[in-house]
Design a protein around this ligand. Structure first.
Ligand SMILES: *[C@@H]1O[C@H](CO)[C@@H](O)[C@H](O)[C@H]1NC(C)=O
Ligand SMILES: *[C@@H]1O[C@H](CO)[C@@H](O)[C@H](O)[C@H]1NC(C)=O
Length: 299
């Protein structure tokens, strides 16, 4: 008990119930998810409610989030990004808490002009402070098929994985650098699609081309196995319980194989890393301090 897992089908069914309005008035919206914002019909469940699509039109995009909060766990989704023209758009899948001192773990997919590659941007906010961006190119076209994107967040590190390959890790150095690791605040799981013409593509020089709207992103196979935290703060799951699989040895520290995978991504696919940005961090890569530890050759 307290071990939380659910599937896209449940979620999609719930959404379709809202979208069909009161046709099934006796059916309650499963309180797993809330539509945070959506213009007109910009969130749609289909294919027997197994898939959900978000669209972006001139009227706006869409955002939904889980109504449950989680403290540590594994969060996975399959995504198929906007095919063709996608400049100026951002698709996101992320964990977040709220308020001035919020924590947030992000996957953001920055669109591009037709034929140009998407960028995968990852970031982390702790206690309200972000600025820990990393960007990579993907080794496949993320617009033609579904691919799996996973965040594993445990007491030891955060892992971002693409098709189960770790592309980035961030260690828990809270003992030596207090305020550098999200360890206190439960987070919701959220997803959105929005217009980010001002910054997303080629430094904001390529805004959304509305003649190609609607821009459509598909999500399926949500799989969250995580410690749920009730709204009254109680936790049916003990997040300190080291037998939760996401806390296991395999997820505490990268083994050699996965260290090689991160090395491969860093050397072949990485296009930006805040740890090497001297314009923003004059003492990089020695500062920010965590940069000394979040490199695959320091284990
Ligand atoms: C979090 O941020 C607040 C200011 O917004 C600061 O007072 C507090 O010390 C920070 N906590 C940590 C652990 O750094
Ligand atoms: C878009 O394509 C250009 C040209 O290939 C590339 O430089 C850029 O990194 C791509 N991604 C974004 C988000 O601008």
């Amino acid at each position: 008990m307290g071990f939380h897992a659910f599937t896209a089908a449940v979620f999609a069914l719930s959404l379709s119930l809202i979208l069909r309005g009161s046709a099934l008035a006796h059916e309650k919206f499963d309180d797993q998810f809330n539509v945070v914002w959506s213009s007109s019909n910009n969130i749609l469940a289909y294919d027997d409610s197994k898939e959900v699509e978000l669209s972006l039109t001139k009227a706006g995009g869409a955002n939904f989030q889980s109504s449950d909060y989680f403290l540590y766990g594994s969060f996975s989704v399959k995504l198929k990004l906007i095919h063709g023209e996608s400049a100026g758009t951002v698709t996101a899948f992320y964990l977040t808490s709220f308020g001035e001192n919020h924590d947030e773990i992000d996957f953001e997919f920055l669109g591009n002009e037709t034929g140009e590659p998407y960028t995968l941007h990852t970031n982390l906010f702790v206690n309200g402070t972000g600025g820990r961006e990393q960007r990579i190119k993907l080794w496949f076209d993320p617009t033609t098929d579904f691919h799996t994107y996973t965040i594993i967040w445990n007491h030891f590190q955060i892992l971002w994985l693409v098709d189960y390959i770790p592309i980035r890790f961030y260690r828990n150095l809270e003992d030596i650098y207090p305020g550098s690791y999200p360890h206190l605040r439960p987070m919701v799981v959220s997803a959105c699609l929005f217009d980010a013409s001002a910054w997303a593509t080629q430094d904001g020089t390529k805004p959304v081309k509305w003649q190609y709207a609607p821009f459509v992103v598909k999500y399926k196979n949500f799989a969250f196995e995580a410690c749920e935290v009730q709204r009254d703060g109680s936790t049916p799951c003990d997040h300190n319980y080291r037998a939760n699989w996401w806390e296991g040895l395999y997820y505490q520290k990268l083994d050699e194989e996965r260290r090689d995978q991160v090395m491969w991504v860093v050397s072949k696919w990485k296009i930006y890393d805040y740890c090497y940005d001297n314009k923003r961090y004059p003492r990089a890569p020695l500062e920010p301090l965590e940069c000394n530890y979040n490199v695959p050759w320091v284990w």
